[in-house]
Design a protein. Structure first.
Length: 94
């Protein structure tokens, strides 16, 4: 995973005004980030200074995962997102 961390890039959403954190801190959006590999990737990227956006279909689970990461000192935010649903993608990008 260390190679992926070094090659990670800020998500295009970082240019939108909705980002409240410092633009000097890189942002990353990880889909399926409320459990498993997605959550582990979010944790590792957060530990390396990224603000992590957790793209999750289940808002409650996303908030729980974001709270868990925040408790560990990682700046994390949940974002309801189903990548198979165009309306969900539009809503997340708005």
């Amino acid at each position: 995973m260390s190679g992926a961390i070094g090659n990670a890039r800020a998500h295009p959403m970082a240019d939108k005004g909705r980002m409240e954190n410092s633009m000097s801190k890189p942002n990353v959006l990880i889909t399926g980030a409320n459990k498993g590999i997605g959550l582990a990737a979010a944790r590792q990227l957060g530990e390396h200074g990224y603000t992590v956006w957790l793209g999750c279909r289940d808002a409650g689970r996303g908030e729980e995962a974001a709270a868990s990461l925040s408790d560990a000192g990682i700046e994390a935010r949940a974002l309801t997102l189903d990548v198979t649903d165009p309306a969900s993608i539009q809503a997340a990008a708005a």
